[in-house]
Design a protein around this ligand. Structure first.
Ligand code: FE2
Length: 375
C-alpha cells in the first residue's frame, strides 16, 4: 500500500530523483560559552557560539510522579516537561534514593521560518537537573522522531562535564553520558541516509548504545528493560521501569489514541501488536506517552494507566481487533499531512541530535524535492 507520508519520504527512484535545496541555518543559540568539543564525536559536535553566559531559569515540571509505597521495584520518580511548540513530553526518570536519572526524549527548539535552531529548552532542562542535584546516567530516545529535534547530543555535551564546571573549558571530562536507542535505529539511519545523502561515517557512532529487546538500562539502583515496539517506526522502543513505561509514540493518550504508522518502515499491523503488548500489562501500570494533543479547553495529559487506556483509548480500547485497527489507522494516515519539522527532525535525529553540516562547516538542512528528472 502506497501511503501518503511514505510516498513523501520514500527513497527517491529514477522518476522522482530529488534535487537538494540546502538552506544555511542560523547558529545555535546557547547559554554556554564557546569552547571546544570534548566528547567522543569531535567531528560532529554541536556548535558552541553564544557570546555570554547568563543565568538560566530551570524548567518547571508539568507534573512530578512519585512512586506509590506499594509500587513494583524500579518504579521511578518522574518529572514531566511539555514542549508546547511540538506537543512533546520529555521525561526525567529518577531513582529517588541515589538521585541518578535518565532523560527520555529531549527537545531542541527549531523555528523553520527564521531558520534557527536553539537550545533554550535544553538549557532550562539542564538548569533543572543541576538545581535538583541529579546525575544523568543515560540520554534515551524512544525512536527517530519526525516532529521534533532531539537535544541528545547537546545534553551529552553539557551533562558529561562536571556540574560545577559547566562553563569552563575541559579537555578530559570525567564522565560521558551515553545516548541510547533501539537497534532498529540502524535500519532507520540507513533509509534516511540515502534520502538525505548522509555519509555513513556520520551515523556509525552517532549513538553510544543501541539496545535490543530485553536489554537492561541501569539508572542509579533502578533497572529499566528495553521493549521493542515497532509500528510507528521500526526503531520504536519502550523503557519499562517497574510500574512506569515510557512508550514514546507506540500508544498515545485519549482523545488522540495512536500515532501514524505510515512512515517508511512503519506498519499499522505491527503498531497494533505493540499496543496490545503494552495493554496486557497490569491495570495500574502507568504509560507515559511521547506526545499530548489535548482538545481546546481540555487539560493536558502525559500518562494514563493501562486500565484507563483499555477503557478510553479511541483506537485500541478493549474490543478493537487487528483488522479493524489496521483499516482505521491506514485510512486516517492517508489523510494526514507531512509533519511540520519532518526533514529537519529526521536529519538531526538519525545523528542523535547533531546538525548536518556542509563542507564549509556551516549547519544546513536538506530538502528533497519532487521534480522532473530533466531539470
Ligand atoms: Fe514519533
Amino acid at each position: 500500500m502506497l501511503r501518503r507520508a511514505a510516498a513523501a519520504l520514500a527513497v527517491p527512484t529514477s522518476t522522482r530523483r530529488p534535487t537538494l535545496a540546502s538552506l544555511p541555518l542560523r547558529r545555535i543559540a546557547s547559554s554556554a560559552t564557546n569552547r571546544p568539543p570534548t566528547l567522543a564525536h569531535p567531528a560532529t559536535q554541536p556548535s558552541r557560539t553564544a557570546t555570554t553566559t547568563a543565568a538560566v531559569t530551570p524548567l518547571s515540571p508539568w507534573r512530578t510522579h512519585t512512586p506509590a509505597p506499594d509500587a513494583s521495584p524500579s518504579t521511578p520518580l518522574v518529572y514531566t516537561f511539555y514542549h508546547d511548540p511540538t506537543a512533546t513530553w520529555t521525561y526525567l526518570v529518577v531513582d529517588p534514593d541515589t538521585r541518578h536519572c535518565a532523560v527520555i526524549d529531549s527537545v531542541l527548539d527549531c523555528d523553520p521560518a527564521s531558520r534557527t535552531v536553539s537550545t533554550t529548552t535544553a538549557d532550562a532542562l539542564v538548569a533543572f537537573i543541576h538545581q535538583q542535584h541529579l546525575t544523568v546516567d543515560h540520554i534515551l530516545e524512544t525512536h527517530a522522531h519526525a516532529d521534533h529535534l532531539t537535544a541528545a547530543a547537546y545534553l551529552q555535551l553539557r551533562l558529561s562535564t562536571p556540574a560545577d564546571d559547566i562553563d569552563a573549558p575541559s579537555t578530559s571530562p570525567s564522565r560521558v553520558v551515553p545516548i541510547g536507542a533501539h537497534s532498529g535505529m540502524r535500519s532507520t539511519q540507513a533509509h534516511f541516509a540515502q534520502l538525505y545523502d548522509v555519509p555513513a561515517a556520520e551515523l556509525d557512532t552517532a549513538f553510544d548504545a543501541l539496545y535490543d529487546e530485553g536489554d537492561q538500562v541501569r539508572v542509579g539502583a533502578l533497572t529499566g528493560v528495553v521493549w521493542h515496539l515497532p509500528g510507528h517506526t521500526q526503531c520504536s522502543a519502550g523503557y519499562v521501569f517497574g510500574d512506569s513505561v515510557f512508550t514514546g509514540d507506540s500508544v498515545l493518550l485519549p482523545p488522540t489514541g495512536t500515532a501514524r504508522a505510515d512512515f517508511p518502515l512503519g506498519s499499522p499491523s505491527a503498531l497494533f501488536s505493540s499496543t496490545q503488548r503494552l495493554l496486557a500489562l497490569a491495570p495500574n501500570v502507568r504509560l507515559f506517552s511521547g506526545h499530548s494533543y489535548p482538545l481546546a479547553g481540555a487539560s493536558n495529559l502525559c500518562s494514563a494507566t493501562v486500565a484507563q487506556q483499555r477503557a478510553l483509548n479511541p483506537h485500541v480500547h478493549d474490543g478493537v481487533d487487528e483488522q479493524g485497527f489496521v483499516k482505521m489507522r491506514s485510512e486516517r494516515d492517508q489523510g494526514l499531512s507531512e509533519p511540520r519539522l519532518l526533514h529537519q527532525s529526521l536529519q538531526v535525529n538519525i545523528r542523535a541530535g547533531r546538525l548536518p553540516r556542509g563542507a564549509n562547516g556551516q549547519p544546513y538542512f536538506r530538502t528533497p524535492l519532487h521534480a522532473p528528472t530533466v531539470l
